[in-house]
Write a protein that binds this ligand. Structure first.
Ligand SMILES: Nc1nc2c(ncn2[C@@H]2O[C@H](COP(=O)(O)OP(=O)(O)OP(=O)(O)O)[C@@H](O)[C@H]2O)c(=O)[nH]1
Ligand SMILES: [Mg+2]
Length: 303
């Protein structure tokens, strides 16, 4: 019998906050990448792997493309752009509720010359009525290689339209063997995801510059004989004043951050989790190559 198994890499790209990470989690059926209502949540590429008897789709979540103000932003944009030359399909994600923004137009300019199928995905379709006519994408029409006429209206939140989009994605994939074992969900170790789950809660519990000024390092993650998983992590901030904000009065905010992250971690690891959290200052780390490398935000891949 001929082997008709299909496999390939599918990038989710777009401006910040359109729902790229939410879509990846919905496709995988489990939370592996973090999401938040604040833009610039995702900082690295992360692969989410969906395997069935017939195909393996390796979804690649990327940081939202934006105008960067520091070296961290440069590295994030680099991580998002570097994916484009290396995948079988690109999904350009837009926010149906927001329409076509100036930031989307900048993304479009980057996508103009890519050489693989590009599908336009209007996410957050639950925010508009079915009658709403979405904007045309005139800047893309001149390119004959692309299939910009293929636009999808989906909702990561309700699941609407995802099956149809998945079918189209699989259709575009080449025949070939799986890249990962069928039970593997992501290319990142649990320790990395644990740090991200903590960062996600710091994003939720803080405002203004604080959420963007933090990085999380998991120093230790160990299963003890009682079946509990002990996680020792440090939240890094850029200024002394931010340290106080994270900790909060009588340690209340840090406690809330830990508690919320622990719930997600227990779901991910399927075991009780004990968290030990520290807060430290790394002055201006977002503009330091040394710290960006230490925190895993240095994009080594060629552009
Ligand atoms: N109503 C609605 N909200 C959504 C949907 N998908 C995502 N969101 C919300 O939109 C916000 C941004 O979602 P993310 O998945 O973090 O967006 P992103 O594109 O990954 O953002 P960056 O990582 O910053 O580039 C979050 O508050 C999500 O809950 C959707 O289908 N409908
Ligand atoms: Mg994201």
């Amino acid at each position: 019998m001929m082997n008709k198994f299909k496999s390939g890499f599918v990038a989710l790209v777009g401006r910040p906050n359109v729902g790229k990470s939410s879509l990846l989690n919905s496709f995988i059926g489990q939370k592996i990448t973090i999401t938040s209502e604040k833009p610039q949540t995702t900082r690295n590429q992360l692969r989410g792997i969906l395997t069935t008897d017939d195909y393996q789709v390796v979804w690649i979540d990327t940081p939202g493309l934006h105008k960067s103000l520091h070296q961290l932003g440069d590295q994030m944009n680099r991580a998002a752009k570097s994916v484009l030359s290396d995948v079988d399909v690109v999904l350009w994600v837009l926010d149906a509720g927001a329409g076509l923004t100036a930031a989307d137009q900048k993304v479009a300019a980057l996508l103009k010359d890519i050489k693989v199928p590009l599908l336009v995905v209007w996410n957050k379709n639950d925010l508009i009525t079915p009658e709403t006519i979405l904007p045309e994408l005139p800047m893309l029409i001149p390119n004959p290689i692309q299939r910009f006429d293929k636009q999808f209206r989906v909702s990561a939140q309700t699941g609407q339209g995802l099956d149809e989009l998945l079918a189209e994605v699989v259709d575009e994939l080449p025949n070939g063997p799986a890249f990962y074992p069928p039970d593997q969900l992501t290319d990142h170790p649990e320790r990395y995801i644990a740090g991200e789950f903590l960062r996600e809660q710091v994003l939720r519990f803080t405002e203004d510059e604080v959420p963007h000024s933090i990085a999380v390092q998991v120093e230790e993650m160990k299963e003890r004989s009682n079946g509990r998983i002990y996680i020792n992590a440090t939240i890094y901030v850029e200024r002394d004043s931010q340290k106080g904000i994270i900790i909060g009065a009588k340690g209340e905010r840090l406690k809330n951050i830990g508690q919320a992250a622990r719930e997600n971690l227990e779901r991910l690891l399927d075991a009780p989790v004990y968290l030990s959290l520290w807060v430290k200052v790394r002055k201006n780390w977002r503009n330091s190559e040394v710290f960006l490398k230490e925190f895993g935000y240095w994009e080594e891949r060629p552009k």
